[in-house]
Design a binder for this molecule. Structure first.
Ligand code: ADP
Ligand code: ZN
Length: 726
């Protein structure tokens, strides 16, 4: 067991970095590193790999050596450390020999806690290098981007092979290898090549909950993009396009429209590229329009949107690019404009001459990208399954889930369809029946049929809607289809019940798709946030560091919400460690105090108890989950004796929504489930909930139950379950 209690580690996290909670697998990784064990940590980009060695570095007696191939990122990391008052330094080929000598001396004097080294700095004669390291007496080695050591990985770097003897030279010093992407083979290869001894392997979920995924048809894409960028006028983002020419074109048009935008691609010279990149980091450009070349060295945490103007070649690339949004954990959008034409174009590129094997792989990957774009279901679920993770069918934050499903009574349409089949003698396939229903003038329609009463009674629905209806009826077994080549539609027992009005058909249909994420109700004052941002920019300029190095956007938003009054209260704000409080605290407090005085606002810091305390509190008092005013309105109408349908009609909401409101009160214990769901049904639903072990998504539960169970009933049963089982 570690010598460091969890309490102590939490305290250190807050003290050095200003964070309240560890993320994902950070805590167990840090504990095992401090126990002197080797570890391999696999975490998605932006999840917070650095803390896994930076925090141990602060607690261990000697120096921590970090090997990282990304020179551009090194400076940023070290700047970020220094912004927290931590003594970090780096050695790479961008420095003069004098500069390097100075840093080495500092390190040997024990004045540096973290030293970043580029692999090319490791001399060919590794004896000399290991001698040098031995003099530093390192406590820990961190190998960042560890997949670079494996020829299986997607970014093999031969220099990394020099690290293979590290463990032999320093058998007693723990090594932590970190990477954002490594499949099983690569993981094994990393462990073997680095000769890690009995390493623990930590794999975090690849899900990025704060990124919202949208796929939109590519029509008038530029106009949409411009609208979006204008609407999100305080945000910065990246727009990816396939060709160099189109990056220049789009950036040019944005620029003309008054947006601070620039283009970036591999055809520009290195100086120009790094100028653009740095200007973006410093928020001088708000939007970068780039080919995929952009982003490798980008560590800008407040990228609020990533837009794909064109379809990506494969899901790996797409996911990596969207992953550059929202590294600070705040809500961000990933929007892709999809057209089949793009797929056709990419198919040609995917054909690699004289390499049928590689071509086949690229084609397959492109096909899956197309499938993702055309997928009629939760985008996040598709992505997670692509990367080998299970995920429920509903995330609530992609275009599919946000388009909110609605249950509608489709009995009348079903009756029209079924009677058309009966009238024409159950001898036709779906195509004919739909033409008949829509009153097609086509000669293919039997003239005798044109005299039937049912001819043309289905003009109210579009062709595609009828096709969908046919599929639904077949799917729910409300009619049958013959197996032969004519696929004739036939009625069955259930069909007759519908025709006679003995049973109803309820179908879950999608409402209109939501275009992009809706603005959330913000509880902070935008004006104050603006002032805080501008103060931060001043400080950043003075110190020549990117603005988010002072403090992240998340922290500014918290300041604007909780309005801390003094240093003590400032401690509760995420990102304010002791060092940052002493360095920047007074300036921020001054702006907040001034604003609060002008607007007569009190501090709201009592609403921000640290998460851990909050959790303890809730378990002790087990307070009721809060309900909203719209839910309360429904409850009071229900108590006045109105039925669910009546409430829905009066409030102009769907019955599903009303049932959802009432379900919330089943969750609080104000309403009893027995009023809504029979005992036998409840039992069946509960057994399915238990078997799936989840109480978040309704759709998968519904899929496992027969049609008699409505969404409302399942929702209510879930709330009941949660209440009873805590
Ligand atoms: P990566 O895994 O890509 O190396 P980083 O280590 O650069 O990610 O971390 C991404 C961002 O998340 C940084 O801004 C970092 O400060 C922040 N971060 C890391 N851990 C935490 C935490 N426990 N709480 C809040 N923010 C964190
Ligand atoms: Zn979803």
């Amino acid at each position: 067991m570690s010598n460091y209690s969890k309490e102590k580690l939490h305290h250190a996290l807050k003290h050095f970095f200003g964070y309240d909670e560890f993320r994902l697998t950070q805590l167990p990784i840090i504990e095992s590193v401090l126990d002197g064990e080797d570890a391999l940590a696999i975490m998605p980009t932006g999840a917070g790999k650095s803390i896994c060695y930076q925090l141990p570095a602060m607690l261990l007696p000697g120096i921590t050596i970090v090997v990282s191939p990304l020179i551009a990122l090194m400076k940023d990391q070290v700047d970020a450390l220094q912004a927290n008052g931590i003594n970090g330094a780096f050695l790479n080929s961008s420095q003069s020999t004098d500069e390097q000598r100075r840093i080495i001396q500092e390190a040997q004097r024990g004045n540096i806690k973290l030293l970043y080294i580029a692999p090319e700095r490791i001399p060919a004669n590794s004896e000399a290098f290991f001698d040098f390291l031995r003099k530093l007496n390192p406590s820990l080695f961190a190998i960042d981007e560890a997949h670079c050591i494996s020829s299986w990985g997607h970014d093999f770097r031969p220099e990394y092979l020099k690290l293979a003897v590290l463990k032999k030279q320093f058998p007693g010093t723990p090594v932590i290898a970190l990477t954002a992407s490594a499949d099983k083979v690569t993981q094994k290869d990393i462990v073997e090549k680095l000769a890690l001894s009995h390493p623990k392997i930590y794999i975090s979920s690849f899900n990025r909950p704060n990124i919202h995924y949208f796929i939109q048809p590519k029509r008038d894409a530029f106009r949409h993009i411009l609208e979006y960028v204008k609407k999100h006028k305080d945000d910065s983002g990246i727009i990816y396009a396939l060709s160099r020419a189109s990056t220049e074109d789009i950036a040019g048009r944005l620029h003309e429209a008054g947006i601070k935008a620039a283009h970036y691609h591999a055809g520009m010279d290195a100086g120009e590229r790094s100028r653009v990149q740095e200007a973006f980091q410093r928020d001088e450009y708000r939007v970068i329009v780039a080919t995929i070349a952009f982003g490798m060295g980008i560590d800008k945490s407040n990228v609020r949107f990533v837009i794909h103007h064109d379809v990506s070649k494969n899901i790996e690339g797409y996911y990596q690019e969207t992953g550059r949004a929202g590294r600070d954990g705040l809500k961000s959008d990933a929007i892709l404009y999809y057209s089949f034409g793009d797929i056709m174009k990419l198919r040609k590129f995917a054909q690699i001459e004289d390499n049928p094997q590689q071509s086949a792989i690229s084609q397959k990957k492109l096909q899956l990208m197309q499938e993702y774009c055309e997928h009629e279901g939760c985008r996040r679920q598709y992505l997670m399954q692509y990367f080998g993770e299970q995920f429920p069918a509903y995330c609530g934050s992609c275009d599919y889930c946000l388009s909110s499903l609605e249950e509608k009574d489709a009995t009348v349409s079903a009756q029209k369809l079924l009677s058309a089949i009966v009238r024409t003698g159950e001898r036709y396939g779906a195509g004919y029946i739909i033409d008949f229903l829509r009153g097609s003038a086509s000669e293919k329609i039997n003239p005798a049929h044109k005299d039937l009463k049912t001819y043309g009674i289905g003009k109210d629905l579009k062709r595609e809607e009828w096709q969908w209806m046919v599929q639904q009826l077949l799917y729910h077994r409300f009619m049958d289809k013959t197996d032969d080549q004519y696929a004739t539609l036939k009625l069955n027992e259930k069909s007759w019940k519908i025709l006679k009005g003995e049973s109803q058909l309820k179908l879950v249909m999608k409402k209109e798709k939501v275009e992009t994420a809706q603005e959330e109700e913000l509880e902070y004052d935008r004006e104050l946030l603006k002032q805080l941002k501008s103060l931060r920019l001043d400080m950043a300029d003075r110190e020549h560091v990117p603005a988010y190095n002072i403090v992240a956007d998340t922290s500014l938003v918290e300041l604007a919400i909780y309005l801390p009054e003094n240093f003590e209260e400032l401690k509760h704000i995420t990102g304010f460690g002791d060092y940052k409080i002493s360095r920047y605290g007074a300036n921020f407090l001054k702006v907040i105090q001034q604003y609060a005085k002008e607007h007569n606002l009190p501090s709201r810091i009592q609403f921000k108890a640290p998460k851990r305390e909050k959790r303890e509190k809730t378990t002790k008092t087990s307070s009721k989950p809060a309900t909203s005013s719209t839910q309360n309105a429904t409850l009071s109408m229900y108590r006045d004796g109105l039925s669910i349908t009546e409430i829905a009609a009066q409030r102009k909401l769907s019955t599903i929504t009303i049932e959802g409101h009432l379900a919330a009160f089943i969750g609080t214990g104000d309403l009893d489930i027995s009023r809504f769901v029979s005992n036998s049904k409840l039992e069946q639903i509960l057994s399915v909930i238990k078997s799936t072990g989840q109480t978040a998504a309704i759709k998968p539960i519904k899929d496992l139950l027969s049609d008699e169970f409505s969404y409302g009933e399942i929702r209510m049963a879930m709330e009941h379950f949660k209440r009873v089982n805590g």
